[in-house]
Design a protein around this ligand. Structure first.
Ligand code: BES
Ligand code: MN
Ligand code: ZN
Length: 500
């Protein structure tokens, strides 16, 4: 998708489809309160073209509601699409992001390959951030997951024109350039997550990471079994040993000029390219979805791509621990004791709790490389979905200041994470009779005991843990995003890094 800017009058824009957003300004409540949709544009011609249909009350401007008008009177555009943002009081940059995605996803199945989106004009939606959100939303909306269908018709939008008032030119140019980088990076993550296990082994993931790193100017190393042995990554090796596919330890480095000291951010991602559960094998129902068990690692790669292009003044390293979790004659078994890189011994109660094992060594390695702040992302537990559903991802932290910084990043990213507890009580649940810790703490508090396991390896380095198990894959399409890989966490990790 190509993005263009137009600073012409909306009425003069020749396009197949012009999308304009509207809010519901009704504040009264009660049975007689009708929605009062108002278009967020100062363009009189567009307002006039929509006046009749708005007066009918057919269009309520509820969030992501759409209404299409053909041959709108007084406009050069062939179609005028109204997109709702919902209640005016709740219209945020994130509602704009979704509205832009909705406009793109409305356009695609109709075989229209080009649209213009009028930048919403409102006091609480400043033109720079609003342009960024619009373009991000457009890219996110443009992504489809049916990449391996042989009869696939490419319905992607070829040109997205952001139409804005000329007075906002500078802010709009900067915002939309940023939005394209962020949106494309999120889609890069989604395209990795979407790949089946046979087409995205740890080795291939390493290759894709290296290729991306080369394109955006990051330095990188992709290691395998020998390096893991050298680093004494016994936990990571334990998981990997049951697969015929060798593991990959992917390291990407972003080192901007003039930031040779100060913080070093360590991004650590779970990259299980397929999780069968190992000897503690999973039931076959829904097992196919475990191809997305590398979504945390892919999120780190997407975030690094955006970091490399947006160039914040902070050093960042990313470590993705990629392996396949398989049952085999050589596989690790329940009851095995493995020794992690940090020296801690782990009693493997359940081979399906493999994510925390690879991350244990990833976190230790990030610390060894000098990380002063850690963030990890992982499709770690089913329990997080039981707690939060598919509406919030989980965030855990050993440091309130680090959490506050992450929380601030969510304002920009528009993503929903809910803080979940760590605590000694949870740590108690993973004490082992035979080793330093065990890798499961029972069903109760499963997301928190998993987080406490990681805490043992993050130690006292300020650390954020993101459990994205229930958010990395969207089961039902929404107006602004296709079903399939969501790319969750990319934007939030990026904003967190930029806040240093
Ligand atoms: N990859 C899974 C977690 C998961 C579940 C991701 C559902 C996405 C959707 C993880 O490796 C796992 O199997 N966790 C176990 C841990 C248990 C054995 C302590 C779980 O959550 O059941
Ligand atoms: Mn598992
Ligand atoms: Zn897993």
């Amino acid at each position: 998708m190509k993005t263009d800017l137009s600073f012409a009058n909306l009425a003069a824009i020749e396009t197949e489809l012009l999308a304009v957003v509207a809010v519901d300004t009704q504040t009264a409540k009660g049975p007689d309160a009708r929605p009062l949709p108002v278009l967020l544009t100062s363009d009189e011609a567009v307002k006039a073209a929509a006046a009749v249909v708005l007066a009918t009350g057919e269009f309520k401007a509820s969030a992501n509601e759409t209404l299409l008008l053909h041959v709108p009177v007084g406009l050069k555009a062939r179609r005028l699409l109204l997109v709702g943002l919902g209640k005016q009081s709740r219209a945020t940059l994130h509602s704009v992001r979704k509205a832009a995605g909705t406009a793109v996803r409305f356009t695609k199945p109709r075989g229209i390959r080009e649209l213009a989106f009028a930048l919403p004009e409102a006091e609480l939606l400043p033109p720079g951030p609003c342009s960024r959100a619009s373009v991000e939303g457009a890219f996110v909306g443009d992504f489809n997951a049916d990449t391996h269908r042989s009869d696939r018709r490419d319905l992607s939008v070829q040109r997205f024109v952001l139409a804005a008032p000329a007075a906002d030119k500078t802010a709009v140019e900067a915002g939309s350039a940023e939005g394209a980088i962020v949106g494309e990076s999120q889609n890069f993550t989604r395209s990795l997550v979407n790949e089946p296990g046979n087409r995205l082994t740890p080795t291939i993931l390493g290759r894709r990471a290296a290729q991306m790193a080369g394109e955006v100017g990051l330095s990188w190393d992709v290691y395998s079994t020998e390096k893991l042995q050298e680093l004494k990554m016994g936990a990571f090796l334990g998981v990997a040993q049951g697969s015929a596919e060798p593991p990959a330890l992917i390291v990407l480095r972003y080192e901007p000029d003039g930031a040779s000291d100060g913080p070093l951010l360590g991004l650590v991602g779970k990259g299980i390219t397929f999780d069968t559960g190992g000897i503690s094998i999973k039931p076959s129902e829904n097992m196919e979805k475990m191809k997305y068990d590398m979504a945390g690692g892919a999120a780190m790669l997407g975030a690094m791509r955006a970091i490399a292009l947006l160039k914040p003044r902070v050093r960042v390293i990313a470590i993705v621990c990629a392996a396949e979790n398989m049952p085999d004659g050589k596989a690790y078994k329940p009851g095995d004791v493995v020794k992690a890189m940090s020296g801690k011994t782990i009693d493997v109660i359940n081979t399906d709790a493999e994510g925390r094992l690879v991350l244990a060594d990833g976190l230790a390695y990030a610390r060894q490389l000098g990380a002063t702040h850690l963030i990890d992302a992982a499709t770690l537990t089913g329990a997080i979905g039981v707690a939060l559903g598919q509406h919030n991802a989980g965030v855990f932290s050993n440091d309130d200041a680090a959490f506050a910084k992450f929380s601030a990043a969510l304002e920009t990213s528009g993503e929903k994470f809910w803080r979940m507890p760590l605590g000694d009580e949870y740590a108690e649940q993973i004490k082992s009779d035979i080793a330093d810790i065990k890798n499961t703490g029972g069903r109760a508090g499963g997301a928190s005991t998993a987080a406490e396991f990681l805490h043992v390896f993050a130690e006292d380095t300020p650390w954020i843990h993101l459990d994205i198990a229930a958010m990395a894959w969207i089961d039902d399409a929404r107006p602004w995003i296709a079903k399939g890989p969501s790319g969750v966490a990319v934007r939030s990790i990026l904003e967190w890094a930029r806040s240093f």
